[in-house]
Design a protein around this ligand. Structure first.
Ligand code: MF3
Ligand code: CO
Length: 260
């Protein structure tokens, strides 16, 4: 695990703030029925480059091929790592966007699930519970706790709400690379795992399913879907532990910024 100093955390925050603005200001007007995921990818690619950064997903080596696009876009039953393509968003869909940026060698990583127009009640609850589970996980990222406290809190809340936690993918250290140690699972036992320390930078990213937690990998080598075809949502923040507490690096907020 690589602990980061404040200067480094400020740089990682800059990379993450590009994604924060992308999700808050740039993408929402385009999340509409009729747009293809390929068109959304182009908007993400252009925006990241306009900010002097590079999309981190392009060319990443997977199981048998490289990821071919700027960002991962996963619709409805797709959990993560969806490859942007000709799929057209329909009214009532949910769409997860997972973006990595590289700015001056520092990495940002954040994901957000959007509703396409009006969505059904179950999907609304899925989005709310997944987003809240991320906040519940982040609250546990304090000095004095262990990594298992994060996963445990997320799992307990999500299962109480009747949904399931994907096991095969997890959060991770981030900042000088896209994926660093340690792994940060979204399930587990309280009081177990690595101690949380100042200078840790981790991505917390619950992937939450309506039905079974089991997932399948598509023949494209990347796209991961739920095994039962029911819907899945994904919210991710990169956070840093500073003065014993978490700072959300990938949230657009004027408060609690490291970089000012
Ligand atoms: N945030 C995603 C992850 O942690 C980013 C994947 S980019 C990809 O897995 F290229 F690996 F798809
Ligand atoms: Co991630």
């Amino acid at each position: 695990m690589i602990l980061k100093n404040l200067e480094e955390i400020k740089e990682i925050e800059k990379a993450n703030q590009i994604i924060a603005r992308l999700y808050r200001d740039i993408l929402p007007p385009y999340i509409k029925a009729g747009i293809s995921t390929k068109e959304l990818d182009k908007i993400v690619d252009d925006y990241i480059r306009s900010q002097g950064a590079i999309p981190g997903c392009i060319g990443v080596q997977g199981m048998y091929n490289e990821f071919p696009a700027a960002t991962c876009i996963s619709v409805n039953e797709e959990v993560v790592h969806g490859i942007p393509g000709d799929r057209i968003l329909q009214e009532g869909d949910i769409v997860s966007v997972d973006t990595v940026t590289i700015l001056n060698g520092y990495y940002g990583d954040s994901a957000y699930t959007y509703a396409v127009g009006e969505i059904d009640e179950e999907s609304k609850k899925l989005l709310e519970v997944t987003k809240k589970s991320r906040e519940i996980g982040i609250e546990q990222a304090i000095v004095g706790n262990r990594l298992g406290d994060i996963g445990h809190a997320i799992q307990k809340y999500v299962e109480k709400e009747g949904f399931s936690v994907v096991r095969d993918y997890a959060g991770h250290g981030v900042g000088l690379a896209m994926h660093e140690d340690p792994m940060v699972p979204n399930y587990g036992r309280a009081g177990r795992g690595l101690k949380i320390e100042n200078g840790m930078v981790i991505a917390i990213e619950p992937m939450i399913n309506v039905g079974t937690y089991k997932v399948v990998l598509h023949p494209d080598g990347w796209t991961v879907s739920t095994k039962d075809g029911k819907r899945s949502a994904h919210f991710e923040h990169s956070i840093a532990i500073v003065d014993g507490k978490p700072i959300i690096l990938s949230e657009r907020s004027e408060e609690r910024r490291v970089g000012k």
